[in-house]
Write a protein that binds this ligand. Structure first.
Ligand code: PLP
Length: 692
């Protein structure tokens, strides 16, 4: 028995095939919980006695009726679990995540602190370490926790970066005041007394160096004979009054003091949560430095290089953002090129920067890089080892032809912070995002009750190790569900985050994506076949048969594909060519109609009338300029002028359901093939009905 699809054990299945198992687990959990209640002071009497319970029947009746009503309403919900749902970034949830969530929900622990959640809180710290390890960070040296999602995770990462940025300034001020020599390492590797370092250099200290600075200062002083208590009191009083203390003075004050404005570098594909981040942090959208993408929607690092090298002196690099799995296209920025650029900039310009990776979407792809030895060798060796381990036995490549993804993911450990969303490719229920910071010591710098100050109990331990009892002081959010922690923990404990475990799920989706890509775009001459199969859907045999095909907008790096329908005509030689007589406005309209046919849309049409689901997005000149995607637009006959005016409406499919291959084998149902046929069917009908 082929066990490639063992991971199917974790999913309820399109027909709720695993419902017995799920039911047992859920009932088991609930009963166990009930016993817990009964066994706590069992001698206490019942309060809601039988007679009362009978009286409650009436109330419960109304609950039952209302429940029935909303259960009925929910039937109009998008069938996200179905292989027919190839739309937004959501799919099945795994059994351990649901059972874990259910258990955590019953106990309803508030994971804001260890005191309010003595069980759920350690689970969160523990699963944080598991995820940090997958991302390539040292679990014992990094700091990872659950947030409500990628949005908050991104804001928090940049908030921490902002805090770290000004640590060296307070240290310098302190050393100057104390007339104390203190050597620090500059980005170019030279060592210098901090008192002599100028503002611009200080703004670009390597994050790893800046994070350690306060702690090192303490040790230096302890070695000089002062007591830890004394130093802490002194320094905390000093920092409270420091001109560079953002949480006390505010950003405006600190920026006026250093005379430089922040810049955040990112590609136009960045999620809009980054806009929120710079807004909340006080940088403003003006701080965003948009670095255009290449034709695969990856950041063009040649342009990034130009921007970084040529940055005016009155600006500083607040952060550079790399995206691993853009929200619209699933593209993976060349993280390895960004880190190489950071090395170069450090050497030539004495400037380092905070690198944040937003892998809310693609973070779990890192599970493919776990479960075999990558501890030795140079980058090229590692790429080869990954290639062998990740690709299918038939040598089928699971993503775009170049090495970008290998190198980008192998470079994760060099980032300073990473966002990852368990509620996306972790197959875990909402809400569950995560932020992981490579330098665990940041916790000492961000405490809200005493920013920059060591906690007397938890700070200044002999070796690294931070204890966090009340997480609430270290994070942006307040009360938070212990259920999410139990959910993530149980899922990642049961389904290991390596190539055999969670990686097998991820891999299946990548393989499905490549297959869909081939079905849709590579067999151009097969669309006749699709058309024929779909012909019952439209006016078959009509005299003026109009033909359509689908063209991709990019080559998928992960498991999202963006594409559009375009009218074609048949030439004498049997070749099909794109019918350029359609204007872009018309093409957009056709695609908009196609989207309407394959989504719930504005007017409710009943789920049984939507055979497959897709989502959509819009490319506009304001985001992606014509030149960066001209290679895609030109062959479609889309001119610069038309694109600037109209933008491009594209369809988007997230190929996330884990069961496509299994369905072919066990159910003789090829959903992806049927999807392409359905697309052609809808498209032909829409084109046929289209009045020009
Ligand atoms: C989804 C996503 C986010 C936002 O995450 P939420 O969990 O929706 O808050 C941020 N960045 C990327 C790349 C995403 O795909």
């Amino acid at each position: 028995m082929n066990d490639d699809y063992n991971y199917a054990a974790w999913f309820l299945g399109p027909k709720a095939e695993h419902s017995d198992t799920w039911e047992k687990m859920l009932v088991y959990t609930f009963r166990d919980y009930v016993h817990w209640r009964r066994n706590y002071f069992p001698e206490d009497n019942v309060v809601i006695n039988s007679q009362l319970r009978r009286q409650h029947e009436l109330r419960l009746d109304s609950l039952r009726d209302e429940l029935t009503r909303i259960l009925a309403l929910f039937k109009a919900q998008n069938p996200i679990y179905s292989p027919r749902y190839i739309a937004h970034m959501v799919s099945e949830q795994t059994m351990p995540s649901v059972v874990g969530y259910f258990a955590g929900m019953l106990y309803n622990a508030n994971n804001i602190s260890g005191e309010s959640s003595p069980i759920g809180f350690p689970l969160e710290i523990e699963v944080g370490k598991i995820v940090a390890d997958m991302l390539g960070f040292d679990p014992s040296q990094s700091w990872t926790h659950i947030s409500s999602g990628g949005t908050i995770a991104n804001i928090e990462a940049l908030w921490i970066a902002r805090t770290v940025k000004f640590v060296p300034f307070s240290v310098r001020e302190y050393c100057r005041q104390q007339d104390m020599a203190y050597d620090i390492t500059l980005p170019d590797g030279s060592v210098c007394d901090i008192r002599k370092v100028d503002d611009c250099t200080l703004l670009h200290i390597a994050p790893a160096e800046a994070v350690r600075m306060t702690r090192r200062l303490f040790y230096t002083q302890i070695e000089a004979g002062r007591t830890a208590e004394k130093i802490m009191d002194d320094y905390s009083d000093f920092v409270k009054k420091s001109d560079y203390n953002i949480s006390e003075r505010g950003l405006a004050h600190v920026l006026a003091k250093v005379g430089a404005t922040p810049r955040v570098y990112l590609s136009p594909s960045a999620h809009y949560s980054l806009k929120k981040a710079v807004n909340v942090l006080g940088y403003g959208s003006d701080s965003l430095q948009i670095v255009d993408v290449d034709e695969n929607f990856r950041m063009n690092t040649t342009l990034l290089r130009e921007k970084l090298m040529g940055a005016p002196d009155d600006t500083y690099i607040a952060a550079v953002l790399g995206i691993a799995g853009t929200t619209e296209e699933g593209a993976v920025d060349p993280i390895h090129k960004i880190t190489a650029l950071r090395n170069e900039l450090s050497a030539t310009h004495n400037r380092s920067f905070w690198l944040h990776i937003d892998s809310a979407w693609g973070g779990y792809v890192r599970s493919l890089f776990k479960g075999y030895d990558l501890s030795s060798g140079n980058m090229d060796d590692k790429v080869e080892r990954c290639r062998v381990n990740i690709n299918t036995q038939t040598g089928e490549c699971i993503w775009s032809g170049d090495d970008n993804n290998y190198r980008a993911y192998l470079s994760f450990p060099e980032a300073d912070s990473v966002t990852i969303d368990p509620h996306k490719l972790g197959y875990i229920p909402y809400p569950a995002g995560m932020v992981s910071i490579r330098h665990g010591l940041v916790t000492e710098l961000i405490r809200q009750d005493a920013a920059y100050v060591f906690d007397k109990q938890s700070g200044l331990l002999p070796d690294f190790g931070f204890k966090i009892g009340d997480i609430g002081s270290y994070i942006l959010e307040g009360s938070k569900p212990g259920a999410a922690a139990a959910s993530c923990y149980l899922a990642h404990k049961t389904i290991p985050l390596d190539i055999e475990g969670h990686g097998a799920i991820i891999k299946s989706t990548l393989i499905s994506t490549q297959r869909l890509q081939r079905l849709m775009f590579e067999h151009l001459n097969r669309f006749d076949e699709y058309d024929r199969l779909a012909s019952h859907n439209h006016a078959a045999g009509s005299d003026e048969r109009r033909l359509v095909t689908f063209r991709p907008i990019h080559r998928p790096d992960t498991n999202l594909i963006c594409y559009m329908m375009v009218p074609v005509k048949s030439e004498k030689g049997g070749e099909y060519i794109i019918d350029k007589s359609y204007s872009l406005a018309e093409i957009n309209e056709l695609n908009t109609r196609l989207y309407a046919a394959m989504s719930v849309g504005e007017e409710y049409k009943g789920l049984q009338n939507i055979d497959f689901f897709v989502s959509r997005t819009r490319l506009t000149d304001g985001l992606y300029n014509y030149d960066s995607i001209a290679r895609i637009l030109e062959p479609l006959g889309i001119t610069r002028k038309a694109y600037v005016k109209e933008g491009l409406f594209v369809l988007r499919s997230t190929v996330m359901n884990p069961l496509y291959q299994l369905a072919v084998r066990e159910a003789e149902k090829d959903y992806l093939y049927d999807f392409v046929v359905a697309l052609h069917g809808h498209a032909s009908r829409i084109l046929h009905e289209f009045e020009r």
